[in-house]
Design a protein around this ligand. Sequence first.
Ligand code: CMC
Length: 428
Amino acid sequence: MSSSTISVDGKSVELPVKEGTIGPSVVDISKLYGQTGMFTYDPGFTSTAATESKITYIDGDKGILLYRGYPIDQLAEHGDFLETCYLLLYGELPTAAQKADFDYRVTRHTMVHDQMNRFFTGFRRDAHPMAIMVACVGALSAFYHDSTDISDPHQRMIASMRMIAKMPTLAAMAYKYSIGQPFVYPQNGLDYTSNFLRMCFAVPAEEYKVNPVLSRALDRIFILHADHEQNASTSTVRLAGSSGANPFACIAAGIACLWGPAHGGANEAALKMLEEIGTPDRIPEYIAKAKDKNDPFRLMGFGHRVYKNYDPRARIMQKTTHEVLNELGIKDDPLLDVAVELEQIALKDEYFVEKKLYPNIDFYSGITLKAMGFPTSMFTVLFALARTVGWIAQWSEMIEDPSQRIGRPRQLYTGSPERDYVTVAQRG
Ligand code: CMC
């Protein structure tokens, strides 16, 4: 193992350097405080690896995303979402028998406890579905007591299956509730994504035929969103899990974090922005706003903390968008016109080129989901559904790591030094 030497207050400290399979090495600073009495400072974790992981690899400069070593475009082109789930959870692609068994196990957990229905009636009809998801996924821990003992590998596995299987059911229920339609129960004969589409769009009064092109497109969207190494929501799940909290509670914490517009809420925000722009002739006005330092406006769907090159998921997403629009016979979608034009202009604009701000996956996913019939408020829910497997895989990896300890960041304190309490009467 190599090492790195730093000098702190004139004292030389040798720190071990750990090497990964690919990607940057890390300086192990875990003993730094003990040796120097100093912490490191890195708000936003821009230079800090919070964990070691074998699941997902991103090279942001080259635009590479690998799940367990497999490039995202190959998985999205040739595989299906449940195969990706298996890969993320177990580390290898399944054999035909393993895949059949895994698919069977997931589809046998799709129903939720009937009492869950009552949770929904407690919400206003106009509740944001992400609010419902945070509550309902956390509440699963109140229903499945036989899978909350995190020290038991069997219970951990059952909890994982339950969450992958029940997320589509809960997501579809949140949608149905918002539009005042009856819940549609899962049908286990259908594949994972077709079943989800049916639970969202079927009504008891009519036959529903799943469109295979839309089902395949949505399945691909799920693959693209399944994991993304140590992003904000995944780190939230890991931090929540590090205290020993049950997996349902940890995933609910991840969903809460995903909700924000800088993370999972970006596809909703990107679509709203395209709607607000409305026509291509208004694009320069919005580009100018995005570049104005005094204007908080940002081009939603552009930029990424890690990708400083084209987001590899955005490329696949763009193709999927066109497939869906063709299938649905949407020839002239004004939003797509705005999106294509905006992308072209931004890719050539000095500000965006210099700051390496490329379109991210959310730039196109909103248009696709809208064309499929999902309201914007459901976009982040679909992201949460797909990311659940990534959260669980990362949570399991952490729990199985013998060196795992509670996560406890430190701080640079800049508040008042110690002072004595003053009674109200004495306060000026
Ligand atoms: N429009 C205009 N300027 C931008 C944008 C944007 N979308 N994104 C970053 N910048 C500028 C920013 O103002 C800053 O400029 P300066 O250096 O002059 O102060 C510079 O680029 C660096 O930005 P940053 O905020 O330091 O970068 P970050 O890594 O902290 O933020 C981000 C990454 C994704 C939060 C940000 O690019 C953003 O807010 N994008 C819009 C929201 C979005 O599309 N989010 C989806 C992310 S992909 C889905 C996911 O993985 O969850």
